[in-house]
Design a protein around this ligand. Structure first.
Ligand code: GLP
Length: 250
């Protein structure tokens, strides 16, 4: 299902509302969370809503999608730092219920296996939030990642390192490897919401629309899932066929 909004603000508010609905209807929900600039306004709205209209979130469990290998929690570009900055420092989710892949683990393979197992032991993800990379990656699952993958170490593509270089002082500082939840872990979520905004995502969203299920385009794995909502602003939807764009949500 596509939900297309006029502005990034409306698309972000809708996405925040989906998270909020999940939390309100299931206070013990397991949420799969994403990072990236696209999610910043979503978390901003979510925090705003939860602060003005508090809901008990002490039973929530969160699992983040991915993390760079070699950046510790103090590094401003680590996803742990990002999540603390935008979400966890502002909401009262107990520390022990917050899960992120450990990019500093001594036994990184063991940490990957334990991460997928922890998701399953918690009962699976109720809602997974996703962004998308310009090459179609979800989490850090780069093109040609096996669709049956569990949490694993990934070699980041040049495209991804180039795209994410904008957050680093020196582009050479972008780590070459990351840990990402696998595509199979993502597809096991009961519900998935993918948000893409801005012209920079227009090409990949058109590719995704036209693509079959193809490991060359990781996000196309979502076509196998029964409950996916793709949330776009007008810019990200710019190259979609007219009949889709007509489904603009008000
Ligand atoms: C990163 C993250 C992804 C995210 C993507 C898009 O590489 N690993 O999970 O979806 O970038 O980021 P942005 O929202 O900044 O465009």
């Amino acid at each position: 299902m596509y939900k297309i909004f006029d502005t990034v603000n409306e698309a972000s508010l809708y996405t925040a509302q989906r998270l909020l609905n999940q939390v309100q209807s299931n206070p013990c929900a397991n949420l799969g969370l994403a990072t990236g600039s696209t999610m910043e306004p979503v978390y901003h709205r979510l925090v705003e809503c939860l602060q003005s209209d508090p809901v008990d979130i002490s039973q929530l469990t969160t699992f983040n999608l991915d993390e760079y290998i070699g950046l510790d929690a103090e590094h401003a570009q680590s996803y742990r730092y990002y999540m603390h900055q935008y979400v966890f420092s502002k909401l009262n989710i107990p520390k022990e219920k917050v899960n992120l892949p450990d990019g500093m683990a001594a036994d990184v393979e063991g940490a990957c296996q334990a991460y997928s197992e922890a998701i399953r032991a918690a009962g699976g993800l109720d809602l997974q939030l996703l962004g998308i990379g310009s090459n179609g990656h979800i989490g850090f699952n780069e093109p040609y990642t096996c669709f049956s993958s569990r949490t694993h170490v990934i070699e980041l593509s040049e495209q991804t390192r180039l795209d994410n270089g904008r957050f680093f002082v020196d582009k050479r500082e972008v780590p070459t490897r990351a840990i990402t939840m696998g595509i199979r872990d993502i597809l096991e979520a009961k519900e998935i919401v993918l948000l893409a905004t801005g012209m920079k995502k227009a090409t990949v969203m058109a590719e995704l629309f036209h693509s079959g299920v193809d490991e060359a385009l990781p996000a196309s794995a979502l076509k196998q899932h029964p409950n996916v909502t793709i949330v776009l602003d007008r810019e990200a939807a710019a190259f979609l066929p007219g009949e889709i764009v007509d489904w603009v949500a008000g």
